[in-house]
Design a protein around this ligand. Structure first.
Ligand code: 4NP
Length: 173
């Protein structure tokens, strides 16, 4: 396991308002689930007002759609209601958000390439770098072609990673 909390996230710990964009390929499974988990955890901590949370996809083919019904069902069983509508990543996202969080290596490489400046490229981080457990994973894997286990696995990784990310942004790392 080779993970390190990104410095760019630690540097946000003193900021009044923090804007986080989660990104995957289709924006119908992993990133809308991350958005829902993060928002719910921020609410539980009484910190919802500090965060602006959204998600987007590198592939625009599902634009306008709700999350995949399997993702919604598994998330709902854990108390998360996912109602995001899929949208593609925009160049302006790199200015509009403080952190752009990639679910896998391909997302990460493409986002880094898409970032308009060196400063905005630094905002791109990997979700897995915030995950404390699950040493067998080096990314949040695409569950689209998997069964129920893949969706549960995504939620396990996201709950761990979002809790840690909120701790980091609170200056607790
Ligand atoms: P996601 O999953 O990137 O977690 O939203 C996928 C959803 C759709 C496709 C691929 C991955 N697709 O190729 O349509």
């Amino acid at each position: 396991m080779n993970r390190e909390i990104p410095q760019v996230a630690k540097d946000l710990s003193g900021k009044d308002k923090v804007r986080v964009l989660f990104v995957c390929l289709g924006n119908i499974c992993r990133s809308p689930a991350a958005e829902g988990v993060m928002r719910s955890m921020a609410e539980e901590r009484g910190e919802a007002g500090r965060y602006s949370i959204d998600s987007a996809g590198l592939y625009g083919g599902h634009a306008g759609e709700l999350p995949d019904s399997r993702m919604r069902v598994h998330a709902y069983q854990r108390g998360y209601r996912l109602d995001h509508r899929s949208r593609p990543v925009r160049v302006s996202d790199f200015d509009d958000f403080d952190l752009v969080v990639a679910m896998d290596h391909s997302n990460y490489d493409r986002l880094r390439g898409f970032a308009p400046t060196v400063e905005t490229e630094r905002k791109v981080v990997k979700m897995i770098d915030f995950v404390r457990g699950f040493p067998q994973f080096d990314c949040v894997p695409d569950p689209y072609y998997d069964g129920a286990e893949g969706f549960e696995n995504v939620l396990d990784l996201l709950e761990d990673g979002c809790a840690c990310m909120l701790d980091v942004l609170d200056g607790r790392h």
